[in-house]
Design a protein around this ligand. Structure first.
Ligand code: 3H9
Length: 701
């Protein structure tokens, strides 16, 4: 027997235990072990039934994703599940933890299923750019119908054991110890003379043809928006449709074809890259050297949009929060900002009054700094101004308990300059949240020049508590995200000044897969913020840098974006979606005339070539300067903070797939018109010269 699957007899039951930590992924050894185990049980005269169970924390959480992209090795998972389903003795799957993807498919190939009540089951393959490839779309449809299968497989979201039981996917919920309950269930089945019951031959799910058809049509309609640009979700619907119409053998063959088609796409590569990238970003030197400090109570200074969002994120995680504002009026506003979030959820039916009360019970408003003296972590979220923040930290230094971590939520400012006004700079870090902070997943953890390892580790522990995705950034203007954002923002502005309409630029970006274009982002964020930032940096701006005054002129004329009802777009009363703003087009053409620019056309392809070249080139500079630890961290920042389409993996992954030599050639071409802006990063030149990729750097990190 393979050492990943053990075989033991418990009375008349052959127990196959899958043991492949950490998540019992269905790698080659497990697949071999399952086939061997089934064959042995079939010929074992003492065994009347077979029990499949997972050791450790979970039933298999899926195929082994690390094997994807390598040449497949026999037996493939579809063969394994076919072998289990064909077993001549009843097979019972006992599921716990996360029975996901191929794991659920193995469960479905058993004839009966029992699950621990905390089990989560799901078909998350769509999040990896693929589809359930071992019968998941077919067998689930046979049992539970089209709607349930489509919900599971196109959302990728797991459901709990009770919901799975209600759908008929699980036959019984275990009471008490899973293995004991499963053995009891198996004995009951034997005593009752239960025969093997292949899921693929069941038809409860196929009965309501009208409902099944409606589910197919409804899913196709919603996916056209929800999964715009993606390949796999639409193939999932095709598979379920075939499950409704064709015999199981044809359905399985069709599903296999579609699975292999998905495996061949760049989207699969992008999404699997994202899966590993978002796990790797938590691996940082400081957290490997030190344990985080305790985090029992935190404080947030500032009750504006950002402070309130951070507060809600913490309250949602069950962390008590002291919110501090300068006076009674401001703290009342801060509390109202927090309550507004919960009231919004109540209005949408996502929370009830009791839920709000439970969260608000953890909230303490205060107007005195002394109210924070017991807090383990204090996050300052006041106005983005160095002197104001330094003043806050001077006061914090007086009242914070020894060992408290002091964090500044700045998006650009020098964290050392803030840390150094205290007597304990080693306890100061940057925590750059993204707005709305209770929703956005990204948290840049900014590491100043000489922090204590455990202060940094505490930042990562906080991210985990708040269910955020943390990325380590060194302390340099704009850190990772905003620095790169600024570069491709400039690129978009230059293209606009050179003749591309801002609306054509936004459309190209949208068609690339972003939820909205860059100028729509500007309008949403408010252009006054970047205007203030440009003014702040005006004195230090390099004289070689091309400067576009279009957005300054827009701001001077009050076109700040949604907040003033007009920016790059005009927003008729209350509208979120804008229309073209003719005043802006006039500002652009005036600027072109002033600068002697003859506007030229840009194709959508050229717009994106420039946009991506600017993004990746700045990413490479961020890397060579050590601001980011690894290319995949930059990808995570772009995916979680800036709307980069996940199915493209992130800008650095995109660049690897585009070819670094092609990207460098683009930069060389653009460099001829603006040598300062388009200067290729040394790192990029070096990688191309040595035939290396960003992925090589990921592997070394
Ligand atoms: C599939 O099944 C295809 C089939 O339909 C058809 C085939 C023909 N493989 O997330 P964590 C690693 S596609 C390999 O930190 P958690 C993970 O990288 C698959 N490795 O823990 C990490 O490694 P490290 C469908 C895997 O408790 C470690 O395990 N299934 C796999 O927060 C711990 O993971 C999925 O998409 C895997 N399948 O969450 C499920 N899964 O320590 C993917 C995890 O070196 N997995 N690892 O960084 C998950 O969603 C979460 O890992 C899970 C646990 C919820 C299970």
């Amino acid at each position: 027997m393979s050492n990943a699957v053990s075989y033991e007899l418990s009375g008349a039951i052959a127990v196959l235990t899958i043991d492949n930590p950490p998540v019992n992924a269905l790698g080659l050894a497990v697949r071999q072990g399952l086939v061997e185990g089934i064959e042995r049980a079939e010929t074992d005269s003492q065994a009347d039934a077979v029990l499949l169970i997972g050791a450790g924390r979970t039933f298999p959480a899926g195929a082994d994703i690390r094997e994807f992209g390598k040449p497949p090795v026999d037996p493939y998972l579809p063969e394994v599940v076919a072998r289990i389903e064909a077993c001549t003795k009843p097979v019972i799957a006992a599921m716990h933890g996360t029975a996901l993807g191929g794991g659920l498919e193995v469960g479905l190939s058993a004839h009966y299923r029992i699950a621990d009540k905390s089990t989560r089951i799901g078909l998350p393959e769509v999040n990896l750019g693929i589809l359930p490839g071992a019968g998941g779309t077919q067998r689930t449809t046979c049992i539970a119908g089209a709607k349930a299968t489509l919900d599971l497989a196109t959302s990728g979201k797991p459901i709990d054991a009770n919901a799975a039981h209600a759908l008929g996917i699980i036959d019984r919920i275990a009471d008490g110890d899973l293995k004991d309950a499963a053995l009891t269930y198996a004995h009951e089945l034997i005593t009752a003379g239960a025969a093997p019951r292949p899921s693929g031959k069941r038809d409860e799910g196929l009965a309501d043809e009208t409902a099944n058809r409606a589910a197919i049509d409804a899913t196709r309609a919603t996916l056209s928006k929800r999964a715009r640009g993606q390949f796999a979700p639409f193939r999932i619907v095709d598979c379920v449709e075939v499950a409704l119409e064709k015999p199981i053998s044809e359905g399985l063959a069709f599903e296999r074809e579609q699975f292999l088609a998905c495996m061949g796409t760049p989207q699969r590569q992008g999404m699997i890259h994202a899966f590993f990238a978002e796990r790797t970003c938590t691996k940082v030197p400081e957290a490997s050297r030190a344990q985080p400090r305790p985090l029992k109570q935190i404080a947030v200074i500032g009750g504006g949009t950002m402070g309130a969002g951070i507060t809600v994120a913490a309250l949602n995680a069950g962390l008590p929060v002291v919110m501090v504002e300068r006076d009674a009026e401001s703290i009342a506003r801060g509390q109202a900002n927090v309550e507004k979030v919960y009231d919004g959820m109540i209005k949408k039916g996502r929370m009830d009054d009791a839920g709000k009360a439970k969260h608000m019970a953890l909230y303490t408003p205060a107007t005195e700094y002394s109210a924070m003296s017991d807090c383990d972590l204090i996050i300052e979220a006041v106005f983005e101004n160095l002197e104001v923040k330094q003043d806050v930290f001077r006061q914090l230094d007086q009242i914070a308990k020894p060992g408290a971590v002091l964090a500044t939520n700045t998006s650009y400012l020098d964290v050392d300059a803030i840390a150094n006004v205290t007597s304990r700079p080693q306890d100061v870090i940057g925590l750059h949240f993204f707005s709305p902070a209770n929703i956005m997943k990204l948290l840049e953890i900014v590491v100043p020049s000489d922090p204590a390892d455990d202060a940094v580790a505490t930042g990562f522990a906080l991210a985990k508590l708040l269910k955020k995705t943390p990325v380590r950034a060194a302390n340099k203007d704009g850190f990772i995200g905003n620095r790169i954002y600024k570069a491709y923002g400039l690129c978009a502005t230059y293209m606009m000044e050179d003749g591309a309409s801002p609306y054509a630029i936004d459309k190209a970006i949208y068609d690339f897969g972003y939820p909205i274009g860059i100028f729509q982002v500007h309008d949403l964020a408010g252009m006054d913020i970047s205007w203030a930032n440009r003014k702040r940096l005006a004195a230090s701006r390099n004289s070689e840098e091309r400067y576009s005054a279009v957005q300054d002129k827009m701001c001077e004329a009050g076109h700040f974006g949604q907040k003033t009802g007009r920016g790059m777009y005009v927003y008729p009363e209350g509208a979120r979606k804008g229309e073209e703003n003719p005043d802006v087009l006039k500002i652009i053409s005036d600027e072109q005339a002033r600068l002697g620019i003859t506007p030229r056309d840009f194709t959508q392809d050229e717009i994106m070539r420039r946009y991506m070249a600017a993004m990746v080139n700045e990413g490479a500079k961020v890397l060579q300067e050590g601001v980011a630890l690894r290319p995949s961290d930059i990808d995570v920042v772009a995916l979680y903070g800036y709307g980069f389409p996940r199915y493209r993996g992130g800008p650095m992954k995109y660049a690897d797939m585009y070819g670094l030599e092609n990207l460098l050639a683009d930069l060389r071409e653009f460099e001829k018109e603006d040598a300062y802006f388009w200067k290729p990063a040394d790192l990029l030149v070096d990688l191309v010269a040595n035939g290396r990729s960003f992925e090589d750097l990921n592997k070394e990190s």
